[in-house]
Design a binder for this molecule. Structure first.
Ligand SMILES: O=C(CO)COP(=O)(O)O
Length: 143
């Protein structure tokens, strides 16, 4: 079974430090998977974890949430880690709602906060490939 996961990492501004802290804490597990991020989130993650196979798209308010949503609609994302800020208004609220709606519609594993992200990253679903590499596997993305 192919256990390589395609994961999107997104955070609102006031949750970015928390997401980056979570990514750093789970960098070894995440390094075995393919990652996408909205623009500002992705650039900040790569500053801290330059070894991750992470592709930034546009910034969320400039269409990045919709780009991630389109990948979900195309069946190209398995998991969305989206640390939302429920206490601030967002100019692109419609895009935020569309992104979480598409995650529900396409049965994408969705974490809106750190506790749920911890459950996902520690689940057998996530860890199978990591725990049982096949011959010659060294955890590099794309194997
Ligand atoms: O706006 C976002 C999520 O809705 C995130 O976008 P950035 O990562 O570009 O800040």
């Amino acid at each position: 079974m192919d256990t390589l996961k395609r994961i999107a990492l997104v955070a609102h501004d006031r949750r970015k430090d928390d997401l980056i802290d979570w990514v750093r804490a789970n960098a070894r597990a995440l390094a075995a998977h393919r990652l996408w991020s909205t623009g500002t989130t992705g650039r900040r993650i790569l500053e801290q974890c330059p070894g991750l196979a992470l592709t930034p798209v546009k910034s969320g308010p400039l269409g990045g949430d919709q780009q991630i949503g389109a990948k979900i609609a195309e069946g190209e994302i398995d998991m969305l880690i989206f640390f939302v800020d429920p206490l601030s208004p967002h100019p692109h609220e419609a895009d935020v709602q569309a992104l979480t709606r598409l995650s529900a519609l396409y049965n994408v594993a969705l974490a809106l906060n750190r506790t749920t992200a911890d459950f996902l990253v520690s689940s057998p679903f996530f860890a199978a490939r990591y725990a049982a590499p096949t011959g010659g596997g060294d955890g590099e993305p794309g194997e």
